[in-house]
Design a protein around this ligand. Structure first.
Ligand SMILES: [Zn+2]
Length: 162
């Protein structure tokens, strides 16, 4: 479900999507070309992406800063080398010893190899380059994590590429 601004809001059930469309509160943005919803005397498009007609303000839940959520945010890949086949840990980009904080933008997933190489140094000092820009996850994080498989047709609205 997209907001009027096309921003992804949540995943809703088909039933809810149909109710919103029938009440003229939402429009279908992407429909399933191969399926139709049939009633006794009517046939409706099968909605895949819907958009609310009125903009709604939603205070988004904050994602709890935890080891598990940092790993999830980084798709269980080392932020320095991209590997996911060796044990992963959480790295303080600016080391704690140098005043680095426990914040979303200072924590990144790192493989044990890169983490050992880096030690108590900054990435520059250790000549390591971050492949990703660690940021605070937004509500799209919840959407990505609330379903096992993202419908390919949702991707353009979720700004994800994996
Ligand atoms: Zn690594």
């Amino acid at each position: 479900m997209l907001n009027q601004s096309y921003e992804a809001l949540t995943i809703c059930t088909l039933r809810r999507a149909l109710v919103l469309i029938l009440l003229s509160k939402a429009d279908t943005v992407v429909k399933d070309e191969e399926r139709k919803i049939k009633t006794v005397n009517r046939s409706f498009d099968f909605p895949v992406v819907i958009r609310l007609k009125k903009f709604i303000h939603i205070p988004y839940k904050q994602v709890v800063l935890s080891r598990k959520n940092v790993l999830k945010r980084d798709s269980f890949k080392c932020g320095y080398c991209g590997r996911s086949d060796i044990p992963l840990t959480i790295d303080h980009i600016v080391p704690k010893a140098k005043g680095g904080k426990d914040t979303w933008d200072n924590l990144v997933t790192a493989c044990t190899k890169c983490n050992n190489k880096k030690g108590d140094r900054t990435p520059q000092e250790a000549e390591l380059k971050l492949l990703i820009k660690p940021t605070v996850p937004n509500h799209i994080f919840f959407i990505k994590n609330s379903v096992n498989k993202i419908d390919l047709r949702w991707k353009p609205y979720l700004f994800i590429d994996n």
